[in-house]
Design a protein around this ligand. Structure first.
Ligand code: G1P
Length: 274
């Protein structure tokens, strides 16, 4: 049985929805409960059994690399100052992370395609760092991995959305084979009119390595970008793909409303210090 050990985290985008702050601060580093948003993403990967991560970054994302680096100077300082209790705070999730730079943002499909060598013919998870899942009984990605382990075919995460929201997402058409589990028959990126269903793709995927042969020849689609959705649609002609409705709350940190909501939820939770 094939296991999902690797994950690609595409974090090279310009964060245009959150400009102007994203000119200098990557949205992946927006603070939530004292930690940057991407910390929770890497934690979710580790808690789902992922062993190796490839982060796709760009020129102005060096702070992300710095954050996940061990800070020996800081640790030595905390030790010298007898502040060992703070050592816990600076710990990063135990997972192997490597980085690759995307020279220019040409779409999610273009970013994921940079992970072909890293994937090395294994199934791979793709985790979009805009989408944060908190307070789930089971991490969002783990829910997908469970389905992958049963069917051994690509799986995408789904959430039912209001009709006016569907134009912002990839939307699937599928046959419900079990409660919350769909066998996909079609997928459309950001449908402007007549979406095929109310099931939107939210930022978690498990992809079979065959996806790379479709990504390689994928031409630009919506927004003149190479879309992962289009490559999945083409892959559907030769292999099955499933969709799972993810249980739990999802926050899109590129939306100011969701960002404020998640920060408030942390504020109201016991995680807050003072
Ligand atoms: C991307 C994908 C889209 C998916 C969405 C989830 O869009 O292209 O299919 O539904 O993420 O957040 P983006 O939000 O990058 O425009």
């Amino acid at each position: 049985m094939k296991k999902v050990r690797k994950a690609i985290i595409p974090a090279a985008g310009y964060g245009t929805r959150s400009l102007p702050i994203t000119k200098v601060i990557p949205k992946e580093l927006f603070p939530i409960g004292g930690k940057p948003a991407i910390h929770y993403i890497v934690e979710e990967a580790a808690a789902s059994g992922i062993e190796e991560v490839l982060m796709i970054v760009s020129r102005n994302k060096n702070l992300i690399v710095d954050y996940f680096d061990q800070s020996l100077e800081l640790e030595a300082f905390l030790e010298k100052e007898n502040k060992l209790h703070l050592m816990e705070e600076v710990k990063i999730p135990k997972i192997h992370i490597q980085y690759i730079r995307q020279p220019y943002a040409n779409g999610l499909g273009g970013a994921v395609n940079l992970g072909k060598q890293f994937t090395n013919n294994e199934p791979v998870a793709v985790i979009l760092p805009d989408d944060i899942f908190i307070n789930n009984q089971q991490p969002g990605l783990k829910q997908l991995i469970n389905t992958y382990e049963t069917y051994q075919q690509s799986v995408v995460a789904l959430k039912k959305m209001e009709e006016d929201q569907l134009k912002n997402y990839g939307v699937i058409k599928g046959k419900e084979i079990k409660e919350g589990l769909y066998e996909m028959t079609d997928i459309v990126e950001k449908p402007l009119y007549s979406a095929p269903s109310n099931l939107a793709v939210i930022g978690r995927y498990i992809l079979e390595p065959a996806i790379f042969s479709f990504l390689e020849k994928q031409i630009a689609g919506t927004g003149m970008e190479i879309q992962l959705t289009d490559a999945i649609k083409n892959m559907l002609e030769v292999s099955k793909c499933y969709g799972v409705e993810i249980k739990g709350d999802r926050y899109d940190i590129g939306s100011e409303k969701d960002y404020i909501k998640i920060v408030n939820n942390f504020y109201n939770s016991s995680k807050l210090k003072t």
